[in-house]
Each structure stands twice: as C-alpha cells, then as structure tokens.
Design a protein. Structure first.
Length: 305
C-alpha cells in the first residue's frame, strides 16, 4: 500500500468519525434539539405553568395572534397531532380534540343549572309530590276534594320540556390562557452547560373559564412538532410591542426563553406537584424558586470542577 492510499484511508476514517460525532445517540423523539445521551451528566424532568395573561407572556397572546389559536388551527389543518396528555402515548382524533373544546356545564343540561334542575325545572324533572287525600292544596296546608270526573283537563304545552339549545358553544383561543410545559433540565458534560429541553406543551382551560372551577386539559403536543409548525408558519409571531421591527417567530421565542413559567413539579416517586407537597401560596412559590436556583447552582458547579 503506497503513501497515497494510506492518506486516503486515514482521511476516510477521520470523516467517518466526524459524521458519527455529529449524529445524535439515542435521539429524543419529542425534542426539537436533542442532546446525545452520552453527553448527559445530569437530568431532571420538570413541569412549568405559563400564564399567558402575565405581562411578560403577552407577546405570545397578542390579539388574533394567540399561541392557543395557532395550536387549534394546526390541529384543524392536520399539521399538528394532539395527545390526551403530556405522556404523548395516546393520540386524539380531530373530532375528539374539537369535543374537548366544547363548553361543558349549563348547555349539557338544556341550559339549566344544578340548582334549577333540583327545583323541578326541565323536562326530565319529576313532578312535585302531592298531598294525600286526593285533593288539591287549598293554600292553608289542607286539601279540597275535587270532582275529577267533571274537571277540565289542563291544556298541554311544551314548557316542561326545557328550552331548545340552538347550538353548541366552544372555547375561543382568547379564553385558553394557560400552557403547561414539560421539559428536561440537562447538564451537558461536553459543553458544561445547563439546557432546558422542552418535550411537550399542554393547552389547558383556566379554572376561571371552567364550569367546575378546575383547570382542564384540552390537549398536549409534541414540542418537536410544534417547533416545526411554528418555523414553517411566518404568521406565528411573538409580538414585540416595544419595537415592532423586532417581532420574532414563536419557535425562536421559545429557543430564546422569552417566556416566564414557574416550576410546578419536579419528577418524584409520588408524582406530586409542589403544591401537594408544600401547600399552596407562598410556600409553593418559595419551593419553586429554590428548585430554579438549585438547577443554576448545578451549572456553576460544573465550571468550578
């Protein structure tokens, strides 16, 4: 083998090694920017709650430019796959997704509340119990016997059948102001840096808009799909009200972490939220801030070592 062949073989081996390093080992299918498993020194799964009505998050919720609107439009156009929750195991059909946007509560009972139904209104309500003795109530707690053989029959009407519901109401994007972000906090040993690798985004109905007074899930989305959808849609704009020449695509806004979302859960054996462990209010907020600081400290420790 001459020198030319040896050099050519060596160059081929170096090129193959470089290509192998660029390829991701065991890539995360849900991540827009997966990190090699071999490079991960530390990983913690965390969940964040993003309130789109907060001032810092309002660029994601501009009028007619709501991120919730883009997610709904993406599903309707067949460009986004909705899932039942952030485990991303069970897909929802377009019909199931639309059904989850239906405003439940009063319309489910023909427009009547639970108190109205209990009071006897509505077509399915049972008639009120009558007094014994076969007579009608005389207004004084007694009863008067009546001759039913000669009494005129009451005219029948449709009053007790309840109102006719003309249509079904659905939540509009402006009402869907809560996002839940599931991500991995990763220490990359090669670059000695902390990265937040978003896995899923969940669109939720706020408690203030829910008839039950509880937050409810509309659907979850694989972040890799959402990122690609935003990148391919120039109308998905993060609105910069300070300088309108500096609008950003929503995919870039997530890359740059332009949002504010506090930690509500860190992976644990009991699968409990911070509020379940430490209570609501100030204690939960302090714990959330402490977890945030602990993650930053882990990155600092990498540089110290």
């Amino acid at each position: 083998m001459n020198l030319k062949h040896i050099l050519l073989l060596g160059f081929s081996l170096i090129s193959a090694a470089a290509i192998a390093q660029e390829s991701t080992l065991n890539p995360n299918p849900n991540s827009a920017h997966p990190i090699d498993e071999a490079d991960i020194q530390y990983r913690a799964q965390i969940w964040r709650r993003m309130d789109l009505n907060e001032k810092i998050n309002q660029p994601f919720f501009a009028e007619n430019n709501q991120i919730s609107k883009f997610l709904i439009d993406g599903v309707k156009a067949g460009l986004l796959i909705p899932y039942s929750n952030d485990s991303l195991n069970t897909k929802l059909s377009s019909e199931q997704f639309i059904d989850r946007l239906k405003i439940k509560g009063k319309l489910d009972n023909g427009g009547l509340t639970a108190e109205e139904i209990a009071a006897g209104f509505g077509g399915d309500a049972k008639p009120a119990a009558t007094t014994t003795g076969g007579g009608a109530d005389d207004g004084w707690g007694g009863s008067k016997k009546t001759d039913t053989s000669k009494a005129e029959k009451a005219a029948e009407d449709d009053f007790d059948k309840g109102p006719i519901v003309a249509g079904i109401d659905y939540y509009i994007p402006k009402q869907l102001s809560i996002l839940e972000i599931k991500e991995d906090a990763i220490i990359d040993r090669k670059r000695s840096r902390l990265y937040f690798d978003i896995q899923a985004i969940t669109l939720k109905i706020p408690a203030s808009q829910s008839d039950a007074g509880l937050e409810d899930i509309v659907a979850s989305f694989r972040f890799k799909d959402v990122y690609k959808f935003f990148k391919n849609n120039p109308n998905c704009v993060w609105f910069n009200s300070t300088n309108e020449m500096q609008h950003r695509n929503m995919a870039d806004a997530f890359d740059l972490r332009f949002f504010s979302a506090r930690i509500i859960k860190k992976g644990n054996a009991a699968n409990q939220d911070i509020s379940d462990q430490f209570g609501d209010g100030k204690d939960a907020l302090k714990r959330s801030q402490k977890l945030e600081q602990q993650l930053q400290d882990k990155e600092a420790e990498m540089w110290e070592n």
